[in-house]
Design a protein around this ligand. Structure first.
Ligand SMILES: Cc1ncc(COP(=O)(O)O)c(C=O)c1O
Length: 424
């Protein structure tokens, strides 16, 4: 590992949670250079919904490269892009009766978020943006300003202006409708809230600790936005692409956001990001928001293949089925270890096991890695173990992975008990 320590910045992160050198991966299994296998419950932070080195996706990319297809084309017209646009329209937009223009941005999620904020501010001629507690939208300046976690928000480099945080659904406990506060502040002339250009949110806050907004809350928020002429932006970068059980996470609530951000798994494992824009909001001048890597053609080829998973409802049904398996198994773990006071939350195939004792979730995820499972933490204090397996994982591997969590919790509790008796 010395080369990484010597040459890479201290900022490196995941390499610290998973301190081995990975060699290869297939589906939901990663292999390190010592040939040890790990089940992957992290899926590239939601980028590998279709698994590592998915056969169809890899094959399509190999053929494209062999045929000397255009790889880099700025935003010029290419066959790969044309096929992707048509496939996205036919498979995703048209069947859902959604009318959106598409704008390709720089290749990562945060680029899509920046673009959505810039467009909303330009169209509405207002600068304020409302975002939510525990939200995570990326770490470039604009996206960072609407990201809640203090760990990222060093006062020296963040612009804290033009943003207002509101409490997310459930933030004040189950009996308090947080939208009452938002409505009150919008209608009260002395609340100090500048009428925002847009509200941006994740329908399921992934990095924020697997917090789920209820469908009624989302509907009410959409109505408030409509009533007060505020744009609604759904950041579907992590929980879109089928993670919730539907292609878009907002489908269940029956709302139609004005702008949607997509990245991570939309590229079939390659970097790709774009926003969906209600057509009348597409008010850019040609070239006004540009960039060199907007729409990588190899990613279009990968994405085109990945979209075949949405030709039928099979994947959607599989996600709902496997999500139910995850819920049942995690509830059983919470019941088996009452001393950890775990709470289970989730929808589709994103689940969180919240463990209030400070540091315990971290100890468990470390033990999981020792036992052959890649799994990450979420939440303001890293208090939530986040389950994010590939949507295509087979049930046996899914159960084996959850079994490793069960075993690891048992081992950690046993070690704690032994330490305690040793001390006495
Ligand atoms: C909801 C959401 N938005 C934006 C981002 C930022 O994406 P990226 O890390 O690709 O810039 C993330 C990343 O985790 C995310 O989960």
């Amino acid at each position: 590992m010395r080369i990484f320590e010597n040459m890479e910045s201290r900022v490196r992160g995941y390499i610290r949670s998973f301190p081995v050198i990975f060699k290869s991966a297939k589906g939901s299994i990663m292999v390190d250079e010592m040939d040890k296998e790990y089940i992957d419950f992290f899926a590239g932070a939601g980028t590998l919904n279709y698994g590592h080195n998915n056969d169809q996706i890899s094959q399509a990319m190999i053929e494209y490269l062999k045929s000397d297809g255009i790889v880099h084309g700025l935003d010029m017209a290419t066959i790969a892009k044309k096929n992707f646009l048509q496939k996205f329209y036919d498979t995703i937009l048209e069947p859902r009766n959604l009318e959106y223009k598409m704008q390709f941005t720089g290749p990562t999620g945060t680029n899509a978020v920046e673009t959505s904020l810039k467009l909303a501010r330009m169209v509405k001629g207002r600068s304020n943006i409302v975002c939510f507690t525990n939200g995570y939208h990326g770490l470039t300046m604009g996206a960072l300003a609407i990201t809640g976690n203090n760990f990222y928000r060093d006062e020296a480099y963040i612009s804290r202006s033009n943003v207002t945080f509101m409490p997310y659904d459930g933030y004040m406990g189950p009996d308090y409708n947080t939208l009452d506060l938002f409505k009150k502040m919008l209608t009260d002339n002395a609340s100090g809230l500048d009428l925002p250009a847009a509200v941006i949110l994740e329908t399921i806050q992934a990095e924020g600790g697997v917090n789920i907004a209820r469908a009624e809350w989302l509907k009410e928020l959409a109505n408030i936005c409509w009533e007060f002429d505020i744009l609604l932006i759904v950041d579907d970068i992590q929980v879109g692409n089928g993670r919730s059980g539907d292609f878009f996470s907002f489908e269940e609530a029956g709302i139609k956001p004005d702008i949607v951000t997509l990245s991570k798994s939309i590229g079939g494992g390659l970097p790709l990001a774009f926003i969906l824009i209600r057509p009348d909001l597409d008010q850019w001048k040609p070239g006004e928001h540009t960039g060199t890597f907007r729409g990588n053609n190899l990613a279009f080829v990968a994405s085109y293949q990945a979209l075949h998973y949405w030709d039928t409802i099979d994947l959607s049904e599989a996600v709902k089925y496997k999500g139910a398996v995850m819920e049942k198994e995690l509830l059983a773990i919470a019941e088996k270890f009452p001393e950890i006071n775990a709470e289970v939350r989730g929808r589709g195939m994103i689940y969180g096991l919240e463990i209030p004792e400070r540091g315990l979730a971290g100890q468990i995820s470390e033990k999981c890695f020792e036992n052959g499972l890649v799994i990450e933490l979420a939440g303001a204090d890293n208090q939530v173990i986040k389950f994010l397996p590939a949507l295509t994982i087979d049930e046996g591997t899914l159960l084996r992975g959850i079994g490793i969590v069960d075993q690891s919790i048992g081992e950690i509790l046993q070690e704690k008990k032994e330490n305690l008796t040793g001390e006495m």
